[in-house]
Design a protein around this ligand. Structure first.
Ligand SMILES: Cc1cc2nc3c(=O)[nH]c(=O)nc-3n(C[C@H](O)[C@H](O)[C@H](O)COP(=O)(O)OP(=O)(O)OC[C@H]3O[C@@H](n4cnc5c(N)ncnc54)[C@H](O)[C@@H]3O)c2cc1C
Length: 455
């Protein structure tokens, strides 16, 4: 009996996909840069089905690619040729919101927006948010330790995890869902799965911490002289605004693309060297404290603010439409790096030159999450120089003591450069963990540790 027939008997005929045209919708990543040919897509409905699928693939020695919303930007959810693609999207049940513990249980395939709707209806909120919210899944967010726009206040996804259920490569199931805030009994396996990018297990459920729902919000878009001025403004705003929740940086090149591909008027009568978008959220209206704090900022070139929902959305669109506007121009080489904020201004100034040395015709578009020194480096018109650009930029990041992957993960695209951000001893410990939990190398081969292949 073929593997496909055995998988069909686990998930039912409707959820085992072998038709080429339907398979195609799962096989290319969001950026269009990565592609692989899966032998089939399997869509299990619960943890038990996931465990059975994993056991069948292990028995057949066939590798698995785990895919949530397929919004990852580092090729981690793209199948290796001949692998089985396990889609988590049917694991989409959200449990009752526990408004005493401030927690909720969510299936790994629930979208961020779907989860936000549920918990907001119960008067609470989730601490991580970003533009892919309608498609990315909470399982994918945990697997990549997604960051986003509120890390400044609430930390990345790891800080929101109170527990998980996961299926290991041999089909065994780890369950840690009590959600106890105090529970120190050995290794933190939930924390280990977070950021493991599908290489250690399939996350099927999550116990998630929630935060207060702060409906009173105010957003300001500030025009500043450059990165150093944006950092000065951020320092001052942080001191005077405990309600500060987001601080996003972008530049004229990115704004031009957003205006070209989106349906937005220019935010200011003339362009400026850099833009800082800030948001405050509180129980009472934060507009006045925000305006007062902005009025105190020295050297501001221009500013526009909004406290009503539609105005806030419009200001956020200038920042959130960057990723899509860049992709509308062509397939970019995408890097997602962080450097210490004390080095950020110098790094930003030197970056276009670093890229041009590797690819003389390239266009570099930068934006990022300012408080974490996290820059999204997008290089257009230079896909054929992808490796040279990656090498040049990531080496310069390492020189600054930065990280080659701030929030998107390592995936396939940056696996070769992991050593720039992790020591030989750290990579050896990662390999030992991978060997212990997935000795045959069947889960997401080629992701994170590039030379681990199915044996
Ligand atoms: C417009 C846009 C904006 C974005 N903004 C941000 C941002 O601000 N911050 C940020 O961090 N990211 C951002 N991303 C990247 C992406 O959305 C995140 O990495 C997200 O967490 C991926 O979730 P997903 O469900 O789409 O995962 P996928 O893309 O399907 O998978 C990502 C990785 O996780 C693994 N995986 C997925 N589900 C599971 C599971 N249940 N168990 C084990 N492994 C699993 C996959 O194998 C793969 O390695 C953005 C992407 C887009 C398109």
């Amino acid at each position: 009996v073929s593997l496909e027939s055995r998988l069909r008997s686990i998930v039912g005929g409707a959820h085992l996909i072998v038709e080429r045209d339907v398979l195609a919708t799962y096989q290319r990543d969001w950026t269009g840069r990565f592609h692989g040919e899966a032998r089939c897509v399997v869509r299990p409905a619960d943890t038990e089905q996931v465990a059975s699928v994993v056991r069948e693939c292990a028995a057949a020695g066939v590798a698995l690619c785990i895919q949530g919303g397929n919004t990852g930007l580092v090729g981690g959810s793209t199948p290796m040729d001949g692998s089985v693609l396990l889609s988590t999207r049917r694991l989409d049940v959200v449990g009752d919101v526990d408004s005493v513990a401030w927690q909720v249980t969510a299936g790994a395939g629930v979208t961020l927006a779907g989860m936000q709707r549920r918990v907001r209806a119960a008067g609470l909120d989730f601490g991580v948010d970003f533009a892919a919210r309608d498609s990315c899944t909470v399982g994918g967010m945990a697997a990549t330790n997604a960051g986003g726009e509120r890390v400044l206040r609430y930390g990345a996804t790891r800080a929101q995890l109170a527990g998980a259920v996961a299926v290991l490569a041999d089909g065994s199931v780890l369950t840690r869902m009590s959600g106890l805030p105090k529970d120190n009994c050995g290794y933190d396996l939930t924390g280990l799965l977070c950021g493991s990018e599908g290489t250690l297990g399939v996350i099927t459920e999550l116990r998630l911490r929630l935060v207060p729902l702060l409906r009173a919000r105010a957003v300001a878009l500030l025009a500043v002289d450059g990165t150093a001025a944006a950092l000065d403004a951020l320092r001052a705003l942080r001191e005077s605004l405990p309600a500060l929740e987001a601080a996003e940086l972008f530049f004229p090149a990115g704004l031009d693309l957003v205006l070209r591909h989106g349906d937005l008027p220019a935010p200011f009568p003339e362009p400026h060297p850099a833009y800082l978008l800030v948001e405050c959220a509180d129980l009472s209206d934060p507009a006045e404290p925000l305006l007062d704090a902005i009025a105190q900022l020295p050297g501001l070139r221009d500013a526009t603010t909004s406290a009503d929902a539609s105005g806030r959305r419009k200001l956020w669109a200038y920042r959130e439409q960057h990723t899509e506007a860049i992709s509308a121009e062509g397939t970019p080489v995408k890097l997602d790096v962080a450097v210490p904020v004390s080095r950020l201004a110098g790094f930003v100034a030197g970056l276009p030159g670093t890229v041009l040395q590797a690819a003389p015709t390239a266009r570099t578009v930068l934006f990022g999450h300012l408080a974490e020194g996290n820059l999204h480096v997008n290089v257009l018109d230079a896909l054929d120089c992808a490796d040279a650009i990656t090498e040049a930029v990531l080496t310069s990041v390492a020189r600054e003591g930065g990280s080659v992957s701030a929030e998107h993960g390592v995936g396939r695209s940056k696996a070769r450069w992991l050593h720039l951000s992790r020591s030989a001893a750290e990579v050896a410990a990662m390999r030992a963990l991978k060997r212990a939990l997935d000795p045959a190398g069947l889960l997401n081969p080629g992701v994170l540790l590039p030379d681990v292949q199915p044996s």
